[in-house]
Design a protein around this ligand. Structure first.
Ligand SMILES: *Cc1c(COP(=O)(O)O)cnc(C)c1O
Length: 220
């Protein structure tokens, strides 16, 4: 299988961070984030055997991934950008995992579509841990009610929580907070950590790290 030095380097850093906290590296999923990148960057990662990828926008993903899925079996596609409810149908068709459930309207739209298409996606609730006004994500105080709605009314299994820490703050504080919220709410998966801070996220229990530029280079 062709080599992919940057991917190998990230995998090695993930493994070392996981072992550092006594964790099996296999419990940390590397989601390779390909937003803005095309086949020239994505195909080498596929040829090197990587199969878990993330995109931010439904439309962009639709333009790239159906052809790649036909060429490379076993691809697992994750949505990590904000979702509008009128895109729920396309999102459920294309993605295997959605990291950005953050309000009742989206939870309902996904529940309806998953039933209609008879497809079970893995779902994360995004939490606005920094309580930033412009940012997506449920506020921490509203998380229990959203989870209750998903579980009791909509029959939606939620796998875990996701966050994007505020730029100017220490990410560790937010990773620790997200891990605490997950524990309090009986959730086992944590989607946290990007190129600049995935090792810190693993120290705080990340099960999914979302790494783009460290693998594929700078985005325009
Ligand atoms: C772009 C993006 C990433 C990857 O960011 P990098 O800094 O390039 O690793 C991770 N998560 C989300 C939600 C993103 O939008």
């Amino acid at each position: 299988m062709p080599d992919h030095p940057r991917l190998n380097d990230i995998r090695a850093r993930i493994a070392s961070a996981a072992r550092g906290v006594g964790c099996d590296p296999a419990t940390v999923t590397l989601v390779a984030v390909t937003k803005t990148f095309g086949e020239a960057e994505i195909v080498p990662a596929l040829e090197a055997g990587h199969r878990v990828f993330g995109e931010n926008r439904v439309q962009e993903a639709k333009s790239k991934w159906p052809a790649l899925k036909a060429r490379f079996p076993g691809i697992e596609l994750h949505l990590m950008g904000p979702l509008q409810s009128n895109k729920a149908r396309e999102a459920v068709e294309l993605f295997d995992c959605i990291h950005t459930v953050d309000r009742p309207k989206i939870a309902r739209a996904l529940a309806d579509e998953m039933k209609r298409q008879n497809r079970q996606l893995t779902l994360f609730v995004e939490v606005n841990t920094g309580e930033e006004p412009q940012k997506a994500g449920v506020l921490p105080r509203d998380l229990p009610a959203l989870l209750k709605l998903c579980r009791e009314e909509l029959g939606l299994a939620i796998a875990g929580l996701m966050c994007i820490p505020p730029h100017e703050e220490e990410p560790a504080v937010h990773f620790a907070f997200l891990a605490k919220l997950a524990g309090e709410n009986g959730l086992s998966q944590l989607s946290m950590g990007m190129s600049a801070d995935f090792e810190t996220a693993i120290e705080f229990g990340a099960t999914h790290v979302r790494v783009g530029s460290a693998i594929f280079g700078k985005r325009d």
